[in-house]
Every structure is written in C-alpha cells, then in structure tokens.
Design a protein around this ligand. Structure first.
Ligand SMILES: [Zn+2]
Length: 81
C-alpha cells in the first residue's frame, strides 16, 4: 500500500514537472511581441505649423522646421523684420 502511494506521488510529481516545462517556454522574450515604440515628442514647424516627430524636426533659429526650405524662409523673414 505504501509503495502504491509512493508510486502515485512520483507519477504526480513527474507529470507536474512535465506540465510546468510545457507551459513555460524556454525563451519568453521570443514569445512576447515587441513593445510598441515609445511615444515620440511631436513638434510643430514654425513656418507651416505641420506637426512632426522630434527625430524628423530640423532645428533652426527660433524653432524647429519640417524642411530646410521652411527653415530658410522663416529665418529670412526673421532677418528682414
Ligand atoms: Zn514647414
């Protein structure tokens, strides 16, 4: 009787370990989808007001710009005024 209980305990432990192995992937990093990109700071072109992410903004005198052309025209206007 004690041997049967011991056998059951061993079997239960065996299946418990197998189940735990199966439910836990070896590399959880590969299973999870990549996190969404961090929110970009949105800036505003001083010339046309277009919103653009900070990494695409062109810094210039008086603000940031969507393009070199807008930066040039804005700075030209600032210089003349
Ligand atoms: Zn612009």
């Amino acid at each position: 009787m004690m041997k049967l209980l011991l056998l059951l305990a061993v079997l239960a432990g065996f299946f418990y370990v197998m189940g735990a192995k199966r439910s836990r992937p070896r590399d959880p990093e590969q299973r999870t989808p990549p996190p969404p990109a961090p929110p970009q700071a949105m800036l505003c072109c001083e010339e046309c007001g277009m919103h653009l992410p900070a990494n695409e903004a062109l810094p210039g005198k008086g603000g940031v710009f969507c393009s070199a052309a807008h930066r040039a025209s804005f700075e030209a206007r600032q210089g003349s005024a």
